[in-house]
Design a binder for this molecule. Structure first.
Ligand code: F6R
Length: 588
C-alpha cells in the first residue's frame, strides 16, 4: 500500500525523503510526491511513476528545506494521475498531507466541506483530510487541535502526516502503521521502519488513534482526546545491507536464492517462545489457521502436516473469508494468523474478530514489530530479513520451515525436522543450481496463454502457490488444480494449446498423477513434470532431488518461483514490482 514519510532535521530533507521512499517503494508504487517547507513556504512536486523516474523528471532532490513529507501511492480512490498523487492540500498551501488507508466516509465529508466553500482538486479520499485540517486549523491556529478534531471525523483506516507551514509535522494512525524514528537532531515519522533505518535503529510505535506532533526539538504524543501519552522506544534490529540486491539483478531472484539460509533461520526459534506457542496450541479445543495469498497457502500446508504428524485437526480459512466462517469459534479456540508483513488488513480484521469472540491469537510473522505480532498472545518470527520483491518467496518457505518445527514439537519429533531441514538445504541448493534449465523451460512456454498446475494432497497448496507466482509475476493466466478434480470439470479446458505442470514426486500420489497425465496428454496438451523421477508422459521434465515425502512442499515450490521470475523477464515485466500489486495490503 502507500508509504508515507515525514522528516524534520538539520539536513537538506529532499534527498533523505527520496531515498526513504525508494526503500519503501515495494509497498506501493504508482505515483510519488514530496512537499518541503523552506522559509515558511510549502512547495510540492509530484507525478506518476516510480520514485527514480519522478525524481529524474521533477528533480525532487533539489527541493529546498529541512522539513518535509513524502509519499508513494498505490491507488485506491481515483486513477493514477498527477493530481491524485500525494501530498494533498486544502484550498491554500498552508498544510500538506500524505495519507495511507481508506477514508470510508469521504463522500459525506467532502459534501460538507464543499458546502463550507472548500474546493477539491483530486478524486482521492485522502484530500478530505487536508481540507478538514485546514478548516480546524483556521479556527485556532493550533495544529494539535486540528489533528484531534480531524481524526474524530474520519471513519475507516488511516495513517497520515501533515506538514504545517509553521514548521511542525503532525499525524495520527488508525489501523495503519505509523512509526517515529528519533534521530539526534530531529525525527522521522514513517509507515515503515525501512523509511528511517539508515539513520536510527530506535523506533516508537504509535498505538491506534495516537497523535504525534514534532518540531526539531520536541516530540509530543497524545491520545485521541489530546491527553499526553508516552510510548516506549523499541530497538529494531535489521541490517540495512539486507535490502541491497547484492550480485543479483532483482530482489526477487536474490530472495529466491536466500532460501537455503532462511529456512534454517526460521527453524531456529527461542526455546521458551516456541514452547509457549505450542502450549497455547495444545490447550485449545479448536485450531484455525488464517492468512492471505501466499501466507494462506502456508496455512493449507500447516493443516495437512498437523493432521498427519500430530493427529490434530485444524481448519485453514483465508483471511478475507474468515469473518463469514466464525460459527464454531469461542474462547476454547486458537487462531494462528500467518503473515509476512503482519500488516495485512484482512488478517488483522480476522484476528480482531476472533479476539472479540474470546479466541487466543498466535501469529507467525516476518516483522516482530508489526501490528499482528503486537496484538497476538504469542508470536514467532521467521526472521528472513526484509522481503522486498512483491512476490512472496523466502517468506513462504520460511513460514513452512517454522510451521514444520512447531508441528515437530507437537508430535515429539516425528517429523524429524532437525535432520529434515539439512536435507532440504542441500536439495534446494541443487534446484537453485539448475536455474538455467528452468530458464529454458520459461523460454519454451513464454507465449502460453493458460498454465494449469496440478498436485494432490500436500502438493495441492504448492499448485496454488505456483499458479499465484506465475499470475502475479508474468501476467499469465495460471490455475492450481487438485489433480483428482481434473475429470470433474477442468479437463474441458485442456487442448493442444494448454500447458499443464504436474507436481509429481515419487510418493503416494505418483501413480494417480501419471494416470491423470495420460488423460491430459490424450487431449494434446504439453505436460511438464516436476519430479524426482522422469516419465515418458512428460514433454518437459524439471528434476528435483528426492527428499522425504513430507518435506516436498518446501522444495517443489522453488522451481515455480524461478519459472515465474524468468517468465516475467521474457515478458519484459519487472519481477520486483508487478503491476497493480503492493507488498503490504493494508486496506480491505
Ligand atoms: C503473493 C503475495 C501475496 C501475499 C499476501 C499476504 O506473492 O505476496 O499474496 O502473500 O498479500 O501478505 P502477508 O503475508 O504480508 O500478510
Amino acid at each position: 500500500m502507500c508509504s508515507i514519510i515525514g522528516c524534520i532535521g538539520r539536513l537538506n530533507v529532499a534527498p533523505v525523503l527520496v531515498e526513504s521512499l525508494k526503500r519503501m517503494e515495494y509497498r506501493g508504487y504508482d505515483s510519488v510526491g514530496i512537499a518541503t517547507i523552506d522559509n515558511g513556504r510549502i512547495s510540492t512536486r509530484k507525478g506518476v511513476g516510480r520514485v527514480a523516474d519522478v525524481d529524474k523528471s521533477l528533480n525532487l532532490i533539489m527541493m529546498p528545506g529541512q522539513i518535509g513529507i513524502g509519499h508513494t501511492r498505490w491507488a485506491t480512490h481515483g486513477g493514477v494521475t498527477d493530481k491524485n498523487a500525494h501530498p494533498h492540500y486544502g484550498c491554500r498551501a498552508e498544510i500538506a498531507v500524505v495519507h495511507n488507508g481508506i477514508v470510508e466516509n469521504y463522500k459525506e465529508l467532502k459534501e460538507e466541506l464543499v458546502h463550507l466553500g472548500h474546493e477539491f482538486k483530486s478524486d482521492t479520499d485522502s484530500e478530505v483530510i487536508a481540507h478538514l485540517l485546514e478548516q480546524y486549523y483556521a479556527e485556532q491556529k493550533d495544529g494539535t487541535q486540528a489533528i484531534i478534531k480531524t481524526c474524530k471525523r474520519l471513519k475507516g483506516t488511516y495513517a497520515f502526516v501533515a506538514a504545517f507551514e509553521d514548521g511542525t509535522l503532525g499525524g495520527s494512525r488508525y489501523d495503519e502503521p505509523l512509526i517515529i524514528g528519533p534521530v539526534e537532531d530531529g525525527y522521522f515519522i514513517s509507515s515503515d521502519i525501512l523509511g528511517f533505518l539508515p539513520y536510527t535503529d530506535k523506533a516508537i510505535f504509535l498505538d491506534n488513534k495516537d497523535i504525534v506532533v514534532v518540531d526539531r526539538h520536541r516530540l509530543k504524543l497524545y491520545d485521541s482526546d489530546g491527553n499526553p501519552v508516552n510510548r516506549p522506544v523499541t530497538q529494531v534490529a535489521w541490517e540495512l545491507a539486507a535490502i541491497d540486491k547484492g550480485k543479483f539483478t532483482h530482489h526477487t531472484l536474490k530472495e529466491i536464492h536466500e532460501q537455503p539460509h532462511t529456512i534454517m533461520i526460521a527453524a531456529t526459534q527461542n526455546r521458551e517462545k516456541i514452547n509457549d506457542f505450542c502450549r497455547i496450541l495444545l490447550d485449545s479445543k479448536t485450531i484455525y489457521f488464517t492468512g492471505s495469498g501466499t501466507s494462506y497457502h502456508s496455512a493449507l500446508v500447516a493443516k495437512h502436516i498437523l493432521a498427519r504428524f500430530a493427529k490434530i485437526r485444524a481448519e485453514s480459512i483465508m483471511s478475507s473469508e474468515f469473518q463469514y466462517a466464525l460459527d464454531s469459534l469461542d474462547s476454547s479456540s486458537v487462531l494462528v494468523a500467518i503473515s509476512q508483513s503482519g500488516e495485512t488488513a484482512d488478517v488483522l480484521q480476522s484476528v480482531k474478530t476472533a479476539k472479540q469472540m474470546g479466541a487466543k491469537i498466535l501469529s507467525i510473522v516476518n516483522i516482530p514489530t508489526s501490528s499482528l505480532a503486537r496484538i497476538s498472545d504469542s508470536f514467532l518470527s521467521i526472521d528472513c530479513g526484509p522481503e522486498v520483491g512483491v512476490a512472496a518467496t523466502k517468506s513462504f518457505t520460511g513460514q513452512l520451515s517454522l510451521l514444520y518445527s512447531v508441528v515437530d514439537r507437537l508430535c515429539n519429533g516425528r517429523v524429524d525436522y532437525e535432520a529434515g531441514k539439512l536435507e532440504l538445504v542441500d536439495a534446494i541448493n541443487d534446484v537453485l543450481a539448475s536455474e538455467t534449465e528452468i530458464e529454458k523451460v520459461a523460454d519454451r512456454i513464454r507465449d502460453a496463454k493458460d498454465i494449469y498446475i496440478m498436485g494432490r494432497s500436500i502438493h495441492y497448496p504448492i499448485a496454488l502457490e505456483g499458479a499465484l507466482k506465475i499470475k502475479e509475476l508474468a501476467y499469465i493466466h495460471a490455475e492450481g488444480i487438485a489433480a483428482g478434480e481434473l475429470k470433474h470439470g477442468p479437463l474441458a479446458l485442456i487442448d493442444k494449446n494448454s500447458i499443464v505442470v504436474i507436481i509429481n514426486p515419487r510418493d503416494g500420489t505418483f501413480d494417480d498423477n501419471i494416470a491423470s497425465a495420460h488423460e491430459i496428454k490424450a487431449r494434446g496438451a504439453t505436460i511438464i513434470g516436476v519430479s524426482d523421477e522422469p516419465n515418458d508422459v512428460y514433454d518437459i521434465f524439471v528434476r528435483i532431488p528426492s527428499v522425504r515425502d513430507a518435506l516436498y512442499p518446501l522444495l517443489e515450490v522453488v522451481p515455480f518461483q524461478i519459472l515465474a521470475y524468468y517468465l516475467a523477464l521474457r515478458k519484459s515485466v519487472d519481477p520486483d514490482y508487478p503491476r497493480n500489486l503492493a507488498k503490504s495490503v493494508t486496506v480491505k
